[in-house]
Design a protein around this ligand. Structure first.
Ligand SMILES: [Zn+2]
Length: 237
């Protein structure tokens, strides 16, 4: 062990306790003294996350840059960088970071869940469904992931699957399920107001991303307008 490693052990302990001031203190001390045992990319990623929790975003971004520099193939480095970018509402940057994380670790459940949630937020429900279904394939323990999957299904009108996913989120202890249930009910009511879909005007492919379009891959806005479920672009009759 190098002299700094003991500080890092304390930092990771504090991270589990969400004591982010202590995380910063111990990480900085450890990095200053030098570390041998712990992975530098992970240490900087943890430090960046702690700074972002403390809303010290300049320091957070600096730490994330160092984390990537230490190991640009580290899934943890990219995922934590993405989390900070998401907190800063830099949505394109967050997406790019999560995509890098998946490039280096394709099945990483936490990244699949984070990027899937971002796609739900950005009205790309079909992309969200791809990732979130993969995230829960082996039985995720995250109620949040199931709740995001429920919303993604709801956005493309797949309400039965949405209800099933919401049921799973409840059984995994997701507390905020009532607001998700309300949003799903609103979506369902909204869709029923214009009855069956007029799909005659839909192009076979999205002109922006070339994905196939169909009644259950687009997010309906009115009977004559929708958003592509893959890229979120507006499609109009
Ligand atoms: Zn598209």
């Amino acid at each position: 062990m190098a002299r700094g490693d003991e500080h890092i052990r304390e930092a990771f302990k504090a991270d589990r306790d969400r004591d982010y001031l202590k995380v910063v203190e111990e990480c900085e001390a450890g990095l200053k003294k030098g570390i041998k045992v712990y992975d530098e990319a992970r240490v900087y990623a943890t430090l960046g996350y702690a700074y972002s929790q403390l809303k010290r975003y300049d320091k957070a971004l600096e730490a994330h840059e160092k984390s990537i520099k230490a190991d640009k193939t580290s899934v943890v480095a990219w995922r934590y960088y993405g989390i900070t970018q998401r907190m800063l509402e830099n949505l394109d940057e967050a997406e790019a970071c999560y995509e890098m994380a998946l490039k280096y670790s394709p099945g990483d459940e936490l990244t699949l869940a984070s990027l899937g949630a971002l796609y739900v937020f950005r009205d790309k429900p079909m992309r969200a469904i791809e990732l979130l279904e993969e995230a829960v394939r082996d039985g995720s323990q995250s109620g949040t992931t199931y709740s995001n999957l429920a919303l993604a299904y709801g956005k493309v009108g797949r309400f039965e699957e949405a209800q099933e996913a919401l049921g799973n989120s409840v059984s995994k202890g997701y507390h905020n399920w009532r607001s998700v249930q309300q949003r799903l009910s609103d979506m369902q009511e909204f869709q029923s107001t214009f009855g069956g879909y007029d799909t005659s005007w839909l192009p076979a492919q999205c002109p922006f991303c070339n994905a196939p379009t169909a009644a259950d891959t687009v997010q309906w806005i009115t009977a004559k307008s929708a958003k592509c479920g893959y890229c979120g672009s507006n499609l109009k009759a």
